[in-house]
Design a protein around this ligand. Structure first.
Ligand code: LLP
Length: 419
């Protein structure tokens, strides 16, 4: 469910014609629907209403401070993976008591910043990290809330690049080794053991990987409690998939039902770290056709957005629907839709059946709200594109288009090159 739809032949974001926004801000740009963002957050949050829980939005999926603030206003927390994400989340006004910090490579200065902010817990991924967090907390005279990120060794059956909960992945501590790691943590004076966490992967479209992971965690929690450890939080990570093409992922209410049913009498506060399921279908990328051409019987539609703006198709071969911003009856063609970047891997779609788009026309690249802008770069010295939020019939630029000056900000030509 989202609020991008056609009225007559024009694509609207809520009540606002996308073509009008394009005329105001130029192309390409990211466009988000505030109503969809809120709706998705509320659907997810309310699905767990019967159990204590915190929805900690995964900042990496979409890091814009206005988007983060939208969820903070809904009572959400955040899942961060860097000092930069902590900075953004605090700017957005997040309650530090609802911040969890994941990731295999936390630096000392990042740990210090999180300790000073007073975050809820670090999801710790190695023995050395436990020692380090304990040491940083000692130096700062603080106590660090920790949970161990356990690798449950389940196959999320998703793209290998975004699968994280298998033994061979770099993430987490093996279930078997985690009990010993908890014993070490319990002996460290500046740590408070708060819970257990896991994250099995992203764009997961089945329930069984989640319930399998939960079953393994449940056993661990039972043993930890038997030994007298307080395990208050159970962080089940993110990963619930969305429909890009024909996938039929479980609805958040089915996901919640399965988890609640599988965790009866565990008496813990759940933490979830959803990213994609909240923002993915709440945002689109709007691009303009620059040229069309045919080469050796192949057809190309060349647009003004490239892999630097939306990396997912190039990096994972991901599918994003392409919709005309103004619809009309016309011939269908099979073509590659490509960007202006000097790489053959720069495409938005390959061998796709699409309307015969024409030069100057606007195309909406659907489901681009998650891992779209947040993975964009300046490659080929292309200024990063603006982000626009629609709310109640008005649109707000929540990030301006970068300028050429922004491209060279911080660069310096050393003196020896000036003489
Ligand atoms: N928690 C942790 C610890 C994670 O590593 C991730 C995603 C999430 C939560 C949020 O997962 P989600 O609910 O969004 O599936 N760039 C890739 C996705 C990488 C996901 C990395 N971790 C893509 O564009 O598909």
């Amino acid at each position: 469910m989202n609020y991008f739809h056609y009225q007559d032949e024009a694509l609207l974001c809520e009540e606002v014609p996308v073509a009008e926004i394009a005329a105001q801000v130029g192309t390409p740009f990211y466009l988000y629907s505030c109503r969809t963002l809120r709706h998705h957050f509320r659907v997810f949050d309310s699905a767990f209403a019967e159990v204590p829980h915190i929805v900690c939005f995964a900042v990496k999926a979409n890091s814009n401070t206005a988007i983060l603030r939208t969820f903070v206003r809904e009572g959400g927390g955040v899942d961060i993976v860097s000092g930069g994400e902590l900075f953004r989340a605090l700017k957005a006004g997040v309650d530090p008591g609802k911040v969890v910090y994941s990731g295999v490579g936390k630096r000392d200065d990042e740990i210090d910043d999180a300790l000073k902010a007073g975050i809820l817990m670090f999801n710790v991924e190695s023995d050395q990290e436990l020692e380090t967090i304990n040491e940083r907390a000692r130096k700062l005279g603080a106590r660090a809330g920790v949970g161990l990120r356990v690798n449950p060794d389940v196959d999320p059956e998703t793209h290998p690049h975004i699968s994280t909960g298998l033994k061979e992945n770099k993430f987490g501590i093996n279930v078997e080794a985690s009990l010993a790691a908890y014993h070490r943590a319990a002996a460290l004076k500046h740590l408070d053991i708060k819970g257990v966490s896991c994250h099995i992967g992203s764009q997961v479209t089945k329930l069984s990987p989640f319930t399998d992971a939960l079953a393994r965690l449940k056993e661990l929690v039972r043993r930890l409690r038997e030994e007298g450890n307080a395990v208050r939080y159970l962080d089940l990570g993110g990963g619930l998939g969305i429909t890009y093409d024909r996938e039929a992922p479980p609805h958040p209410s089915e996901y919640a039902r399965a988890i609640i049913d599988a965790s009866r009498d565990m008496e813990c506060t759940f933490i979830f770290e959803p990213g994609r399921v909240i923002v993915g279908n709440a945002g689109i990328l709007v691009t303009r056709v620059l040229y069309t051409k045919g080469n050796e019987g192949k057809r190309f539609v060349i647009v003004d957005a490239g892999m630097n703006d939306l990396l997912r198709p190039s990096l994972y071969g991901s599918y994003h629907q392409l919709q005309p911003v103004i619809r009309r009856e016309r011939e269908k063609i099979t073509a590659d839709v490509v960007g202006p970047i000097c790489e053959s891997g720069d495409f938005l779609a390959k061998g796709r059946q699409i309307p015969a788009f024409e030069r100057g026309e606007l195309i909406a690249v659907m489901s681009a709200g998650a891992y779209g802008f947040s993975m964009s770069s300046n490659y080929n010295s292309r200024p990063r594109i603006p982000e626009v939020l629609v709310r109640d019939g008005s649109c707000y630029v929540i990030r301006e288009r970068e300028t050429r000056e922004d491209l060279i900000r911080g660069e310096k030509i050393p003196d020896f090159l000036n003489t």
